[in-house]
Unconditional design. Structure first.
Length: 472
């Protein structure tokens, strides 16, 4: 999160975020409704961001922290600022906050509040701490004087997860009446000036993807298939390394992209894809189950929060117990179970939940998908197929963890009660999303490993995305 030298409402950013062009420009700050409504609940938070979270620190904040550490040595009246360590992500050195053995920031006090903030004020915080859970995306158009600063946030924050996932309008983007960022900073920049053919149509491509995942008349599995179909249609010419938009064929490539984007929202196409997906056999579900379970298990090999370990253990113990017809407390961890057996239990539970709270989980996870599209631009991936593969794995993990959630189990074990069931399922969904986001999305080393493994495995295919869609 590199800080800016001046307010983005007054200056135009070019090249490095620390180099300012004197030409004034307008920048429109846009926030989701969830972000506009958000307010930190401090010590009442059930999973504070000051614990078990990988926090990247911008260079200026790192300099200030080290200077404060040096000047405050031996001063018992001053809260000890966290120490730093340097890591290398994608060959770029980064500073991260080093938490203590319990997983807490050394500045975290017993009431769940930050000692640095309490004693020295917000200005003493690292930018990452001052901004969290907010994140920003600058959409810069070199052909106009109006850039857009989009403010979303991390669902690792329980309060923001609730506001984002449980409100029908939580992801609606509107110009912010007040500044959402306590400091001027930027997260990522998307240049839509035409120099990068993959990024140039960013707003339209993302807009179509958001539209497809917002088609709530269809189940989430079908919405994912709609997006996968679009990705497959454009994959041979629209990707990060494509040369289709340069040279004499560029006009044809642009026309074809426009046609594919327009056709992707066709209602008749959606009905056909929905029917095709329903007719597609589920025999590939165990492959998705195995991939998803492996990802969850691999995350546990690295340092992790107790809440994450408890969630994963409870999920698989519950699924295994049903496979063997036992109580969860009686499951022998040495008993072996196949992905096919786990998938069968998963599929059965998913259907039971759908009967109890028809469409509720699809709506919540559909909002998760839209949030993913807004917070993680597709330009982060080499192609739309790979981008949707990342999203598909995240959605599959959420579905699996929800199937084994103790809250979901208690819902299914009790007599049907619409309002109670809906509350239990919604609470379970928020909890699972928040814990998984905190454990995976904010662990740069794990994400880098996943993306590298995906790259080594080769490009994602439409068939693989169909398997994910069927699993969902």
């Amino acid at each position: 999160m590199p800080p800016l030298l001046d307010s983005p409402s007054l200056t135009k950013l070019t090249g490095s975020p620390l180099r300012i062009r004197p030409k004034p420009t307008r920048i429109t700050e846009v926030g989701t409704q969830a972000m506009n409504r958000f307010a930190c609940i401090g010590g009442k938070c059930e999973d504070t961001c000051c614990r078990d979270l990988g926090v990247a620190v911008d260079p200026e904040s790192a300099r200030q922290i080290r200077a404060a550490e040096a000047s405050n040595k031996g001063d018992a009246s001053t809260v000890r600022l966290v120490v730093l360590e340097t890591v290398h992500a994608e060959d770029t050195p980064q500073h991260i906050l080093r938490f203590d053995e319990s997983g807490a920031c050394p500045a975290l006090e017993s009431d769940g509040r930050c000692g640095v903030h309490r004693r020295q004020g917000e200005a003493a915080l690292a930018t990452a701490c001052a901004i969290f859970p907010r994140s920003s995306l600058v959409i810069r158009d070199g052909h106009s004087d109006n850039d857009q600063l989009e403010v979303t946030g991390s669902l690792a924050c329980p309060e923001l997860a609730r506001l984002t996932l449980l409100a029908a309008d939580g992801l609606a983007q509107t110009p912010s009446a007040t500044r959402l960022l306590s400091r001027p900073y930027l997260g990522k920049i998307i240049n839509i000036d035409g120099h990068d053919a993959f990024a140039a149509p960013f707003l339209r491509v993302r807009g179509v993807l958001v539209d497809l995942f917002s088609r709530t008349a269809f189940p989430l599995s079908s919405r994912f298939a709609f997006a996968a179909h679009l990705a497959a249609q454009v994959d041979d010419f629209f990707s990060r390394d494509s040369t289709a938009f340069s040279g004499p064929g560029s006009l044809f490539a642009q026309q074809r992209l426009n046609a594919e984007l327009s056709g992707a929202t066709d209602a008749n196409l959606h009905h056909r894809l929905h029917q095709d997906l329903a007719a597609f056999p589920e025999r590939g579900g165990e492959a998705v189950m195995a991939t998803t379970a492996l990802m969850l298990a691999e995350r546990r090999r690295l340092p992790h929060a107790q809440r994450y370990a408890q969630m994963v253990e409870a999920c698989f113990r519950s699924l295994q117990a049903e496979v063997f017809g036992q109580a969860a407390s009686e499951v022998d961890p040495n008993q072996t179970v196949s992905p096919a057996q786990l998938f069968e239990v998963y599929r059965r539970r998913k259907e039971l939940v759908a009967q109890r709270v028809h469409g509720l989980l699809d709506d919540i996870l559909g909002r998760y998908a839209v949030h993913y599209l807004l917070r993680h631009p597709y330009t982060d991936a080499p192609s739309l197929l790979n981008y949707l593969g990342r999203l598909g794995l995240a959605l599959a993990a959420l579905r699996l963890l929800l199937a084994g959630s103790p809250r979901i189990q208690s819902c299914l074990a009790a007599a049907p009660h619409p309002s109670v069931d809906a509350g239990l399922v919604a609470d379970a969904a928020v909890e699972v999303v928040q814990i998984l986001t905190k454990a995976v999305t904010h662990h740069w080393a794990f994400l880098e490993t996943i993306h590298r493994a995906r790259a080594e495995a080769g490009a994602m295919t439409f068939g693989q995305l169909v398997l994910f869609a069927k699993f969902l």
